[in-house]
Design a protein around this ligand. Structure first.
Ligand code: H79
Length: 432
């Protein structure tokens, strides 16, 4: 069995030089700052999240029978994309295949897919790709490295041990890796330009040392395949450790870059790659019928601001219902964020982390010689160290001049007008 893990690539790894298309795609990605994550699969029918197969130790053959009942009668890709677009988000990242192993797209690599195994029979990913193209929204694919149902996914990792796969599996790890390559090829040739492939699940094998991971998972060949098929397709991998060679973006799960409140980011240094934080609207990724514990729209807007102020994108999740609808709570929040972005988008899109860093009163974003102070804790005067000379300070968006002072070698002060009741984020625009 150990042989199955013999590194497929040995010796020194050639270093990765991103193509011009790739560098341009990274730049465009960083400008966007806001995307919507969609976790949808046959697990949504059980309504206990996308980990139900592992959490309830469901037998993989029994679980597969869910597919025969999957008929999302109210699915309308255009409705989804319009709701996403109205939120101000610029891209969608959807689960093409999650840890349960069910493919939500047309694939010849396995019959266990939405077109061949469900009465619905429609390629929802294809429909989504078309709607995205029409609406000018970029499409990214989540793709699970780990699989809880395939017998060639063997040795098993730390999860999915109770799904009833035969001991020993069929011992053909190379067969599994070929299956992954075949699916990645389909995802990158069937649906037009794809913004990113977003891997997850590598940590399933984290009993093995970090340096073995690229070999175990065939990353070098996989990443080269992706970049060969679509040089502008960005590669991200939610492995919770520092990026590997060949990756184009760095992902953080449920935490801002550099923070570790959720506990998945211990030791994950912030790299110089474009950054993305993924976060849930409630407590769940996949639809959980029990979970009405939604974060407020105001909280989510502030979270987006804090993410942008770290120089990162926010990938905010929705778990559609089994009937294909997006929960009303999610739609309400998309609309509220969109209304805010209509006014404040200038302070988010195309910005980078502001020079002030995080302060007691809030955070800042920056674009060229313009600094946006986001006052998240209402106060009368804000203070911060600033290495450049402030030329003007005005309230955003109304543009009224604000009183400020800045003496040599002393913190700057800006005197704020009272914010109207219910202000989510009082913004000051500074030119320097
Ligand atoms: O797709 C969503 C989740 O289903 C998936 N990633 C998001 C985007 C996810 N899988 N696991 N987690 C989220 C939580 C991560 C747990 C981990 Fe571990 C802690 C991985 C490694 C340490 C759980 C405990 C798995 C192995 C040990």
């Amino acid at each position: 069995m150990v042989l199955a893990f013999a590194p497929i690539f040995s010796g020194a790894q050639p270093s990765y030089t991103p193509s011009p298309e790739n560098l341009a795609a990274r730049e465009a990605f960083s400008q966007d700052r806001f995307g919507i994550f969609i976790h949808w699969g046959i697990y949504s029918m059980i309504g206990h999240g996308e980990w139900v197969m592992q959490n309830q130790n469901l037998d993989y053959r029994e679980y597969a029978r869910l597919a025969g009942g999957f008929y999302p009668s109210r699915f309308d890709a255009r409705e989804w994309v319009r709701a996403v677009k109205a939120s101000g988000a610029k891209y969608i990242t959807i689960t093409s295949r999650h840890h349960d192993g069910f493919s939500m797209f047309r694939t010849k690599a396995s019959p266990y897919n939405i077109v061949d195994a469900t009465p619905f029979g429609r390629d929802v990913i294809g429909e989504l790709a078309e709607a995205c193209r029409e609406e000018g929204i970029r499409l990214h694919f989540y793709y699970s490295h780990l699989d809880w149902g395939r017998t060639d996914y063997w040795p098993r990792g730390r999860t999915g041990r109770g799904t009833g796969r035969p001991d020993g599996g069929d011992g053909d790890w190379r067969h599994y890796l070929d299956f992954v390559n075949a699916q990645l090829t389909e995802l990158l040739t069937q649906y037009g330009p794809i913004g990113a492939i977003w891997f997850d699940g590598l940590w399933d094998m984290d009993a093995r040392p970090r340096e073995d991971q690229p070999g175990i998972w065939n990353l070098e060949e996989q990443y080269a395949l992706i970049h060969r098929l679509q040089p502008g397709c960005l590669i991200g991998n939610n492995h919770h450790i520092a990026p590997f060679e060949g990756e184009d973006i760095q992902i953080f799960e449920k935490d801002l870059p550099g923070e570790n409140e959720a506990g998945f980011s211990a030791g994950q240094e912030v790299s110089r790659l474009p950054l993305e934080t993924c976060q849930t609207m409630n407590r769940s990724w996949g639809y959980d019928i029990r979970d009405k514990d939604y974060k407020s729209a105001d909280y989510l807007i502030r979270y987006l601001v804090r993410t942008a102020a770290k120089g990162a994108n926010l990938l905010l999740n929705i778990g559609p219902r089994p009937d294909g609808t997006l929960p009303e709570e999610a739609l309400e929040r998309l609309a509220a964020i969109g209304a805010w972005m209509d006014v404040y988008g200038e302070t988010i899109y195309g910005t980078e982390a502001g020079l002030t860093g995080p302060q007691e009163w809030g955070v800042s974003t920056q674009k060229g010689d313009v600094l946006y102070l986001h006052v998240l804790e209402p106060t009368e005067v804000i203070t911060f160290d600033f290495p450049r000379k402030i030329r003007s300070a005005e309230a955003f968006p109304d543009g009224s001049a604000l009183r400020f002072d800045q003496k040599r070698n002393a913190p700057a002060h800006i005197y704020l007008p009272a914010a109207p009741e219910g202000t989510v984020d009082q913004v000051v625009k500074i030119k320097f």
